[in-house]
Design a protein around this ligand. Structure first.
Ligand code: PLP
Length: 360
């Protein structure tokens, strides 16, 4: 039996996609081989790659001004790859810190230049808010402003993306890319690792505005230089072929769900069900400001933390798994990515109510 999987990542996959990958595992469309056995330069894999690019461009409405790159190294490697690619002209950037991931990005950027803290979402109760544009204290002429638009550990999502004029906005959208429509034109760079909402670990989607391709530091490794990667259509070196194939299957699945508007409606419904359950009781709590509550990662705490283990054991017995919060914050976290069905959330809230009544 398959469980209800609330993992933060690697995370639940659409069952349909897993079945198709299984069906095609030994022999992809009469090629006589598995996708993972194909040359990345052959026509079969080229068609997989091109279709994935086209479907992603269509889903996210990526404008012609932006290139889509398939890189490796995950979200964390981008913390170095981004400054190495953008610090060539002026080695300084501003950071809006809304949780652990953007804090890590700021710290890593300091290896390559000046990283200025422009705003922080930290309060007495931890990272609980997304600072508004009016609160951002930008420095004089930064190379870019960095933001993590969905902080996976703290459950803080930024919905209001400001227009920064000539300053490129760089955003880590690892844990909510493709969960809703986004205006890609507002970003200089928009990126995300695949293992949350896009597919399996191994590929990082990096969407870069053309004019930013040529600002790398000389020390930037060639294989991570966006200009080189773009010139070779993400094939400067061997790309993560199987991960690109699976992402392509997910893109097709998303199109069948009504695209990003369709999936957004379902994500809103799932998040509302869970937040309403948390807010209706004093037994559970979530400290994030309402306007910044993530639709993808929903942390919650039991008012009585001594019941945490008991809660998790009861959940496990019902097939509700990977609900333990990140070790840095404790409590619980339900990640309800695109592939997590409404039924999983319904089963979870039914269990939460039952657990509260039983223990009250
Ligand atoms: C998961 C995650 C990362 C790290 O991704 P890796 O692939 O492990 O490097 C970075 N940023 C955010 C927002 C994430 O959710």
């Amino acid at each position: 039996m398959r469980v209800f999987n609330f993992s933060a990542g690697p995370a639940a996959m659409p069952e349909e996609v897993l079945r198709q990958a299984a069906d095609e595992m030994l022999n992809w469309r009469d090629s006589g081989m598995s996708v993972m056995e194909m040359s990345h330069r052959g026509s079969a894999f080229s068609s997989i790659h091109e279709e994935a690019l086209l479907d992603l461009r269509e889903l996210l409405q990526v404008p012609a001004t932006h290139r889509i790159l398939f890189l490796q190294g995950g979200g964390l490697a981008e913390n170095a790859i981004i400054p190495m690619n953008l610090f060539g002209v002026k080695p300084r950037a501003d950071f809006v810190v809304t949780g652990s991931w953007s804090q890590k990005s700021l710290t890593e950027a300091r290896k390559y230049g000046t990283a200025h803290l422009a705003a922080s979402g930290e309060t007495a109760r931890g990272f609980t808010r997304a600072p508004l544009r009016a609160e951002w204290q930008l420095s004089d002429d930064p190379a870019y402003v960095y933001l993590c638009t969905n902080e996976t550990i703290h459950g803080v999502e930024t919905f209001d993306i400001p227009d920064l004029g000539d300053i490129p906005l760089v955003a880590d959208a690892s844990s909510h890319l493709l969960s809703r429509p986004m205006d890609v034109a507002k970003y200089g760079v928009l990126f995300g690792g695949a293992q949350k909402n896009i597919g399996i670990a191994g590929v990082t989607v990096v969407i870069v505005r053309e004019d930013l391709l040529d600002r790398a530091l000389p020390i930037c490794p060639t294989a991570f230089e966006w200009k080189t990667v773009a010139a070779h259509n993400s094939m400067y070196n061997t790309p993560p072929t199987y991960a690109i194939y699976v992402a392509g299957l997910v893109f097709k699945w998303l199109k069948k769900q009504g695209g990003l508007a369709g999936i957004e409606a379902r994500n809103i419904e799932k998040a509302k069900l869970l937040y309403d359950t948390i807010d209706a009781s004093n037994f559970y709590l979530n400290n994030v400001e309402r306007a910044a509550r993530s639709r993808m990662n929903i942390p919650f705490f039991l008012a009585d933390a001594t019941r945490n283990e008991d809660f998790l054991a009861g959940a496990q017995a019902r097939g509700l798994v990977q609900l333990k919060g990140h070790k840095s914050v404790g409590g619980m976290r339900a990640s309800v990515y695109n592939a997590v069905p409404l039924k999983a959330v319904q089963t979870l809230v039914d269990y939460m109510k039952e657990f509260e009544q039983r223990r009250a």
